[in-house]
Design a protein around this ligand. Structure first.
Ligand code: 6PG
Length: 240
């Protein structure tokens, strides 16, 4: 399915559209399957979306929140993706704590933590070792280097296709990340991309034959779901 690209004059308008799409997908998932599963992006861009989601009147007991990736730090660390979304959104709504699945970052060995989260996903989604969980919504960002989640250029994580969760690496700092096959199983993938420093990566990602090892966001080609790119005017300049 061809990706949907929308360019917005500024970040507030991008966030308004992201909220509209996210809420619509949440309601659709609940109407069709009785629940919604969403995997969150980290970084800075999605924070205002999470703040807007905190204002919504939704059946929170039917919404289950996961993460697409995580820095290997405690929840209380300012770098924590789960910490950011919890402070911006989850602490402000009546979502049951048992519906929130932060990636575990306590184990000394990140690979052990990845296995733990993998098992959590298999248990929740009822998938076996050869099946990938299907999230209703996956939110993703894009780094200037073309990474998404914690799938960084020329790292081993890009090749992992037999597990749900693996260890990513940024500047030799460990990260946990959903693998490309899991991301591509999603029913709805929403990229939120802002800033002129993303233009080069976007140009490469949409080019005829760029190298996915160099620009890992190219790996995101949903098998059945929809793929939407929401860009602000700075990031989306090449598409104007
Ligand atoms: C992370 C994110 C990462 C992020 C991009 C874009 O843990 O940092 O998951 O993939 O989405 O780096 O970050 P910004 O939104 O801050 O530009």
């Amino acid at each position: 399915m061809k990706p949907q690209v929308e360019v917005f004059v500024d970040r507030p308008q991008l966030i308004t559209r992201a909220l509209e799409l996210t809420v619509a997908e949440i309601k659709s998932a609940i109407a069709q399957r009785g629940r919604c599963t969403i995997a969150l992006a980290g970084g800075n861009t999605p924070k205002p979306l999470y703040e807007q989601l905190a204002t919504q009147d939704l059946p929170w007991q039917k919404i289950h929140v996961f993460w697409g990736d995580e820095r290997y730090v405690p929840l209380s660390d300012p770098q924590s993706n789960a910490g950011m979304a919890t402070a911006a959104w989850l602490n402000h709504v009546a979502i049951p704590p048992e519906n929130i699945y932060p990636m575990p970052t306590q184990a000394a060995d990140p690979a052990e933590a990845a296995q733990t989260y993998d098992r959590q996903l298999q248990t929740f989604f009822g998938t076996g070792p050869q099946e990938f969980p299907r999230f209703d919504i996956v939110l993703l960002g894009l780094g200037p280097d073309g990474h998404t989640a914690s799938l960084f250029p020329h790292t081993e994580a890009l090749q992992v296709c037999d597990r749900n969760v693996t260890v990513g690496s940024k500047d030799n700092q460990p990260r946990l990340t959903l693998t490309a096959p899991v991301l591509n199983q999603a029913r709805c993938i929403l990229f939120l991309v802002t800033g002129a420093n993303k233009q080069d990566a976007l140009t490469q990602i949409f080019a005829e034959n760029a190298d996915a090892a160099q620009f890992p966001a190219r790996l995101i080609q949903p098998t059945h779901g929809t793929l939407s790119w929401l860009l602000d005017a700075e990031a989306g300049q090449p598409f104007q």
